[in-house]
Design a protein around this ligand. Structure first.
Ligand SMILES: Cc1cc2nc3c(=O)[nH]c(=O)nc-3n(C[C@H](O)[C@H](O)[C@H](O)COP(=O)(O)OP(=O)(O)OC[C@H]3O[C@@H](n4cnc5c(N)ncnc54)[C@H](O)[C@@H]3O)c2cc1C
Length: 407
């Protein structure tokens, strides 16, 4: 039996951040991950990318992963333009409004994961088990015991960071509420005629939003939200027809699309776990919540979970308490669940507001007011920017750029 302080299940972006922050705070960790990320390839851009907020950047910096990520590849953006296809209403968000050099960075998910894994591999108190998954989970009064590939691991706490279909969450009998959207996301990596500017573009159409996200050099990531049938049809198109369809949706100043380098689609749902914690167990990231990706908040919410949970664990550890006790864990749940609930409802509300509806004229007028208001009313514009950057609310230490020291 291998004994440790915390077992983290899932070494994706959120699980790897959790393990790295715990490790950096002197807590022993075993990290179980099913599949290792493929090594970085300077020639190939990954399909899956994330808009990494300022708060997430600070967390990655605090655990020492940001430099490695920067050395691999990222693309900063300073502005974001949001507009509606059926009116002239639009909102521009510019980081200079709140005196910061950028709004965020577009980074490939694998690059974030690899940057964290590089740090984890250098930590003596973190043991990485990959490939490794949970064959059984046994929660006892004093310990939790996980069996994986014939080996048993025992700890004071297990953290489930194993994604939206979390096996650990199911084994712990934690239910979720949620709904499947009538939209899928079509994601394409494209080579562009022009080098990318420091701006992300998002257009709302009656069928769903369409986003154009800059990648480094002559590359961009395009995301179209459409019905499953339309996406299946778009995926069948020959490359040049597909590119012309994409091109026609965005302003001419973006320049032409040269080639299609990657294409995939994802079904969408919102989902929220009824409990974030149970006896000797905590959920983080997509294991706890999934959101509509239209505002690029999913992993950023997960990273804030990781930061809050690590702070609660470190506080409990510093007091000499049991880090798997309900007391510390309930504090984590009270901290993060209501905030995530607000974000889930807000993103769902934005999605609903742009759906075709019976009171179309009224809703369209309200949308116009909202977009113009967010553009022209400076304090409102600044508040939206801060929310998207993860800089509003009760921020954990890690999101302020420092490791929690413990109370
Ligand atoms: C189209 C699209 C665009 C998006 N864009 C953005 C964006 O711009 N910004 C943003 O913040 N978010 C975005 N998101 C959301 C974001 O991708 C997710 O929120 C994020 O990947 C969640 O990270 P995670 O580490 O919690 O889970 P995952 O990324 O799902 O990682 C879970 C990990 O656990 C491992 N695992 C699973 N089961 C087991 C097991 N039983 N044992 C061991 N390991 C296991 C998996 O292999 C994986 O490595 C987007 C999502 C979609 C669909």
């Amino acid at each position: 039996m291998v004994s440790t302080d915390v077992i983290v299940v899932g070494g994706g972006m959120v699980g790897a951040l959790t393990a790295a922050a715990l490790g950096a705070c002197g807590i022993d960790v075993v990290l179980l991950e099913k599949t290792a990320p493929a090594p970085f390839d300077a020639e190939v851009h990954d399909l899956r990318v994330s808009a990494v907020s300022e708060a997430s950047e600070r967390m990655l910096e605090a655990v020492g992963a940001w430099d490695g990520i920067r050395q691999m590849r990222l693309c900063p953006y300073r502005r974001m333009l949001v507009w509606e296809s059926q009116s002239t209403a639009q909102t521009l968000f510019d980081s200079s409004t709140i005196g910061l050099p950028h709004l965020g960075h577009i980074v490939e998910n694998r690059v974030i994961q690899l940057g964290l894994w590089q740090q984890l591999q250098e930590m003596d108190n973190v043991t990485m088990v990959c490939p490794g998954q949970v064959d059984s989970l046994q929660i006892e009064t004093e310990r939790v015991v996980i069996s994986s590939g014939g080996q048993e691991y025992s700890a004071a706490l297990v953290v489930a960071a194993d994604g939206a279909n979390s096996a650990v969450r199911s084994m712990a009998n934690i239910d979720v509420e949620g709904e499947t959207y009538n939209q899928h996301a079509l994601v394409a990596t494209v080579a562009t005629d022009e080098p990318q500017q420091d701006i992300t573009w998002q257009r709302f159409t009656p069928n769903g939003p369409q986003a154009f996200l800059p990648l480094s050099g002559h590359r961009a990531s395009m995301v179209w939200y459409e019905s499953g049938e339309t996406i299946a049809m778009l995926k069948q198109l020959p490359d040049d027809e597909f590119l012309r369809a994409m091109e026609s949706s965005f302003p001419e100043r973006l320049g032409g699309l040269r080639s299609l380098e990657g294409l995939g689609s994802f079904p969408l749902k919102w989902q929220h776990a009824n409990d974030y914690v149970g006896p000797r167990l905590a959920l983080v990231g997509d294991a706890a919540h999934s959101v509509h990706p239209l505002a690029g908040q999913g992993v950023n919410m997960g990273m804030l979970d990781a930061a809050a949970l690590v702070e609660c664990i470190v506080d409990q550890h510093a007091k000499g308490g049991d880090i798997g006790s309900s007391r510390g864990l309930r504090r984590y749940e009270r901290w993060r669940r209501p905030q995530n609930n607000v974000m889930i409802r807000m993103l769902d509300g934005i999605h609903q507001a742009f759906q075709p509806q019976s009171h179309a004229v009224v809703i369209s007028t309200l949308r116009g007011f909202a977009l113009r208001g967010a553009d022209k009313i400076r304090p409102l514009n600044a508040l939206c920017i801060k929310l998207a950057m993860g800089l509003e609310g009760d921020l954990p230490q890690l999101a302020r750029g420092r490791l929690p020291a413990g109370v």
